[in-house]
Write a protein that binds this ligand. Structure first.
Ligand code: AMP
Ligand code: MG
Length: 408
C-alpha cells in the first residue's frame, strides 16, 4: 500500500502548508463579531491586569512582619476594604484591615489571612501562626502586563479571547479577512434533496457535510450546487468559482476512473496535482491552482469527504485564514474493545465511540466502516487513528483516539 505512487497523510498535509500563505486583507469588527475570526495584529495590554494588587479571598489584610511565626498575634482592625471601594488609609504597625475578595490591597499591607482562620474579639483580630508572606494576594499585572502582547496575531478568537479583550476594554478588533470558499458536488448520479430519487440516484449529502464543516470553521460560503460529470459544465463552474473565491472545494470525480478528463481540464485552467493518499477512508485527492483560487478536490464517498477534510484540508484552510500557530489536535490513548482489520503501510481512521468503563477510557468501533456509511460517523465521537506502521488491532490493544469535539 505504501508504494511510491501513494502519498502519506503527513506529506500531503505538509505539501499543502508549504504551498499556502494567509489571504491578505483585514477589517476592524466589534468585539463580539470577532468570535471565530483570526487576529490580524497583536493585542497590546493598555494597562496591567489586574490593574491593582488585590485580595484573592475574604479575610484580613496584614503586614507579615507584624506576625509572630510561633504564636498568635493580635492586630487592631482599622477599617474595611470592599471590591470597588478601597480603604484609603495605610495599614500601620500591628494593624489590619477587613478585606473582601477583589478589593484593592491597602497601602502597608502585603498579606491576606482568610477569615476562616482568625478569631475576632471586638476590634481585635487574632491571627494564628504559620502565615506566609504574600499569601492570598493577586498582584497587579500578574495576568497581563501593561505594554505586553496579551494576544498574538494569528490567534483564532474563542470565548476566552473575547473575554480577555473585554477585560482590557478592547471594543474593536482587527481581524483577517474572512476566507471565501466555493464548493460543489460532482456526479451524474446526484439528486437534490427536494425531490424523490430516480433510479440509480443518490442524494447529494456531501454538500451538506461540507456546509457543516465550513460553517463551523467560520468561512464565507459560496454554494455552487451539483455539477454533472460533463467537462463543459465542470469547466464553467470551475471558472466561475475561481473568479469569486479563494478556495474551491469539490467532492467526487477525482478517482482513477474520472481523473483523466479532469486532469486535462485542470491542466488548461491551472496547475493541479492528483494524489493517491495512503489513507482509509479517502485515497484520491486533488490539489492545485485554478485561476486565482486554490482547488481541493476531495473524494466522493461521504465519509472519505469528512476524513480528508478533517485530517488534511482543515489545517490548509486554517493556514489560509491566517491561523498561526496551527492548533495541535491531540491524540489520546484508549483501550480498544473491538477487533480492527488494518492494512500495514496505510494510515487508517476508523470511527469509534469513546466511553468510560470503571474509570478506564475505552473505544469501540461505531458500526459499519464502509466509506459511504454516514450513520457510523454520526454515532461516533472520535476517530481511532491507526498509523502506517501498525497491523491488525485485537481487543485489549491500546490505540490512539482523536475526539471529534473539544470542551467548547
Ligand atoms: P466518485 O469519487 O465520484 O467516484 O464517488 C464515489 C462514491 O461517492 C460514489 O458511490 C458516489 O455516488 C458517492 N458520492 C459522490 N458524490 C456524492 C455526494 N455529493 N453525495 C453523496 N454521495 C456521493
Ligand atoms: Mg463521481
Amino acid at each position: 500500500m505504501s508504494g511510491k505512487n501513494y502519498m502519506n497523510v503527513a506529506d500531503a498535509r505538509q505539501t499543502l502548508l508549504d504551498a499556502l500563505a494567509p489571504v491578505s486583507g483585514w477589517q476592524s469588527v466589534p468585539l463580539r463579531d470577532a468570535l471565530g475570526r483570526v487576529l490580524f495584529r497583536d493585542v497590546i495590554a493598555p494597562f496591567d491586569v489586574p490593574a491593582h494588587t488585590n485580595s484573592a479571598m475574604d479575610g484580613y489584610a496584614v503586614r507579615i512582619d507584624d506576625l509572630s511565626p510561633v504564636s498568635e498575634t493580635r492586630l487592631t482592625v482599622v477599617g474595611t476594604a470592599l471590591a470597588g471601594n478601597a480603604f484609603s488609609g495605610v495599614v500601620g504597625k500591628e494593624q489590619a484591615v477587613r478585606i473582601m475578595t477583589g478589593a484593592v490591597l491597602p497601602h502597608g499591607a502585603d498579606t491576606v489571612v482568610v477569615q476562616e482562620r482568625v478569631r475576632v474579639d471586638g476590634d481585635i483580630v487574632v491571627i494564628p501562626p504559620g502565615q506566609e508572606a504574600g499569601q492570598n494576594v493577586r498582584y497587579a499585572g500578574e495576568d497581563l502586563a501593561h505594554g505586553k502582547a496579551a494576544l498574538n496575531a494569528g490567534k483564532r478568537i474563542g470565548p476566552a479571547e473575547v473575554g480577555l479583550m473585554a477585560s482590557l476594554g478592547v471594543g474593536e478588533v482587527a481581524v483577517r479577512r474572512r476566507l471565501r470558499v466555493a464548493f460543489f458536488s460532482t456526479g451524474d448520479e446526484l439528486a437534490p434533496i427536494n425531490r424523490p430519487l430516480g433510479p440509480g440516484e443518490v442524494y447529494d449529502s456531501n454538500r451538506y457535510t461540507l456546509f457543516g464543516m465550513l460553517t463551523r470553521l467560520g468561512v464565507d460560503l459560496v454554494d455552487m450546487g451539483m455539477v454533472r460529470d460533463d467537462p463543459e459544465a465542470l469547466e464553467r463552474t470551475l471558472r466561475d468559482a475561481s473568479g469569486q473565491a479563494d478556495v474551491i472545494l469539490t467532492s467526487g470525480g477525482v478517482s482513477v476512473g474520472d481523473a483523466d478528463y479532469i486532469r486535462e481540464l485542470t491542466a488548461r485552467l491551472g496547475d493541479v496535482k492528483f494524489w493517491k493518499l495512503n489513507i482509509k477512508p479517502g485515497r484520491p485527492m486533488a490539489f492545485g491552482r485554478v485561476g486565482g483560487a486554490w482547488l481541493f478536490g476531495l473524494p466522493g464517498n461521504p465519509v472519505a469527504v469528512m476524513v480528508t477534510f478533517q485530517q488534511i484540508v482543515l489545517d490548509a484552510l486554517l493556514r489560509l485564514m491566517g491561523c498561526d500557530p496551527l492548533p495541535d489536535r491531540p491524540l489520546f490513548k484508549a483501550v480498544c474493545v473491538s477487533a480492527i482489520e488494518k492494512t500495514r503501510g496505510r494510515r487508517e481512521y476508523p470511527r469509534g465511540t469513546l466511553f468510560n468503563e470503571d474509570g478506564t477510557w475505552k473505544v469501540r468501533l461505531s458500526g459499519n466502516q464502509g466509506s459511504g456509511i454516514l450513520s457510523s460517523m454520526s454515532s461516533a465521537n472520535c476517530f481511532v487513528v491507526l498509523p502506517e506502521t501498525g497491523d491488525d488491532i485485537v481487543p485489549g490493544d491500546v490505540v490512539d483516539v482523536q475526539p471529534f469535539e473539544g470542551v467548547i
